[in-house]
Design a protein around this ligand. Sequence first.
Ligand code: GLA
Length: 723
Amino acid sequence: MLKKLFGLSLSLILSLSYHANAQDIRISTKNNDLILRVGAGKLLYQPYLGKKLANESDINRLGYGHEAYISHGMKDYFSSAIRVVHTDHNPSLELCYKSHSQKQIDKNVTQTTITLKDTQYPIEVKLIYTSYAEQDIIKCHSEITHKEDGNIMLHNYASSMLHFDNKEYYLTSFSGDHAYEVNMSETKLDFGKKIIDTKLGTRANMFSAPFFIIGLDGKAQETSGEAILGTLAWTGNYSFIFDVDQNGELRIVSGINPESSEYSLEANKTFVTPEFIFSYSSCGVGQASRNFHDWALKYQVKHGDKSRLTLLNNWEATHFDFNEEKLSVIIKDASDMGVDMFLLDDGWFGNKYPRRNSTAGLGDWQETKTKLPNGIAKLVEISKENNVKFGLWVEPEMVNPKSELYHNHKDWVIRLPNRKEYYFRKQLVLDLSNPEVQDFVYKTVDDILTTNPEIAFLKWDCNSPITNIYSEYLGANQSHLYIDYVNGLYKVLDKLLEKHPEIQMMLCAGGGGRGDFKALEYFTEFWPSDNTGPLERIFIQWGFSYVFPAKTLCAHVTNWDKRSGIKFKTDVAMMGKLGYDIIYHDLSPADRAFCQRALITYKRISPTIQEGDLYRLHSPYNSDHASQMYVSKDKSKAILFAFNMTPRNRAIPPKVKLQGLDANKNYLIKEINVIKQAKNTTNKKQTQKEEDFIVSGSFLMNFGLDVFLANERSSKVFEITEQ
Ligand code: GLA
């Protein structure tokens, strides 16, 4: 993204950049300041991070705070940002300020580069901060270079170090497992270290998502109080260290997980760390989330400003068991429903080792002749005849030992040559640190897209973490593998993006095992979880909503939860990017008609959901209910979702106070997505439509609405329109 900005406004950058001698470096957004100061001995300090200071002169009154990017081996005893061993085995660094520059990239974006250099060794570390004024977002990363005689060894290399001097810190993390992603838990940080990290390599986020919240001076609240929301844009092993020292100071060290990843850096080469992105909010974490969403759609996510495709996927309906005939029926269903696209999932490839289940075929990307005698091309044609676009599942980074690829190219596989192979989902990971493998993966996907130029969408899966870690290609540099793998993947994705800029792509990793803002430069959306049961999805989508905009969260209506009706499932899925993975022709006529109407409704309301401001109104945690709303930027429209999970019989549901509307406007409140009353229904309340009414924004935000029911697995959706 930055590359693009550089390209566009190079002359602007050149004319505005300057090399200041000033000893204070102010990195500002609309509401916040991060201040860095050069102090005694030319060390760089962070005296302030918080709400914007009113006067330049206020800054003079700040002290020094803490050293901004602390190196190992000198006078500090807690977690360091950087640890280097020099060619002469000296394990220390003393980084002093050399220079800094600020470039106005455009009206909203400023880039600050601070160069630090060691006092004894020819090593430089650049700290680069990109601030987005309107969105109150700051991105930071570091770049390390040296001119020593030989390679230096990097042991840690943080993207960012931030310091806080508050009375209390509360950390919210998002952990889980397959089909149980991003469960929120909050813990108070006292003296000592808490680390959230992963070393799964590829399906890196399977147990823990790469973002966190810190509540400052109290637990993080949605609408009040100070909070930091942070994430790392890196599709691999990450680490966040929260270290509280004996004085109660908190430092947060964010970056690639350095475990098993020592990096031997040649002279004159630059080690570039990934971006750590954060937003500070003095009015609750809800605002920080909206900052992230706005920034992501404007600056980071592929096709952030474009609409997404609704779809019907065949995975839950057929798994691997399909042929051209079966798929033709599903494609017709897709057309009858009114979705934009049919998505063909796993199971279409492999001949010598056909992909009948997950044990064979990965790596051999030719259509299985017995299943699809006329290939993908025919399915694209059938889709076209039925007026739906065509999307395809691929998992190009992986290989099954039962495949021709494995037999021909064991040297391309991450595996220990002298040990028994350990499999995760009966597959292994290809060695993307190897340029030949990068070419293979690129060519696999490029061939599919070039042969079938009308493919509109790819679902790019990644079901295995890295196991049996060893790269034949890397030889003596084995500890580079986790990092070189990710950079190799980015090279492939860069080339694909350049050649196929229009293709929309979903990122998937056995559910929500991948999903970060660097990947979203290449992917338009991601699959948050294989668990599509609506009750669980309320929690999962709630968790991911902290940093990711609704447009990027794929949410499908499926048969996972037999106890939930089509309305409840659809209402939950509408809070993200709506899709379906059901046997449509098995639905009752009433449910089919509901799906058709829902898709028409979604077309109308999705701009508000996908591009509006999200307000999390009522948390599903410790509650029987949940509610979220989305408000258009001009506050003329809003969509309100209210869910009843498993309320107890006599529990009195709480009222919901709306947010984000204009207090002085009047709004029409209209219940939508109403299911027509079925005969013999036991759930009358669910099918009774609320009467439309008009009321002021001030009423809605101060008094609130009764939107919850006492019925289990029920929901209501309201369209709110300015009058
Ligand atoms: C993963 C995905 C599923 C499906 C299967 C196919 O588990 O999360 O949605 O695509 O792979 O094997």
